[in-house]
Design a protein around this ligand. Sequence first.
Ligand SMILES: [Cu+2]
Length: 160
Amino acid sequence: MTYNVGSNSSVRIILNNYSMTNRSQHPMHLHGHDYWIVAEGVGQWDGVANLKNPMRRDTHVLQPGNPKIGPGYMVMDFVTDNPGVWPLHCHLAWHVSAGLYVNILVSSVLLVEVEPPRTNANLIFNLSRNALMTLRNSPSLTRRPKIAASGLPTRNHWTR
Ligand SMILES: [Cu+2]
């Protein structure tokens, strides 16, 4: 599953852990960005965010819930300064295998302007082209890629 956060300059994600009885914890890891933990706890978040001195993390443990109080929660803020398709997942291998994984799509319109590096250009261009085929259906996408007949990237292979 992919969540498209569009062109928002920052994003807040609230994660809940409904593991009440087996006390499962989940070290949640986001690729491409560091995030701030602006709140965490057990039960219903009261909406108060610590914006003065929040922890900056790339992985943070989402604590289990309590059957008498409610689910565990963590509230994460991050600045969307890195266009891409970024995994957000539990870092326990068998949990991510079981599906505790989503993609966060950041700034897809800017993503299509990323110039593939010259090294391994063929491989990277083909991967980019596959990604662009998917992105073509995005209603917010106003720019279309021009697929070069040679399959090689050139400096001017994007149309505007
Ligand atoms: Cu986990």
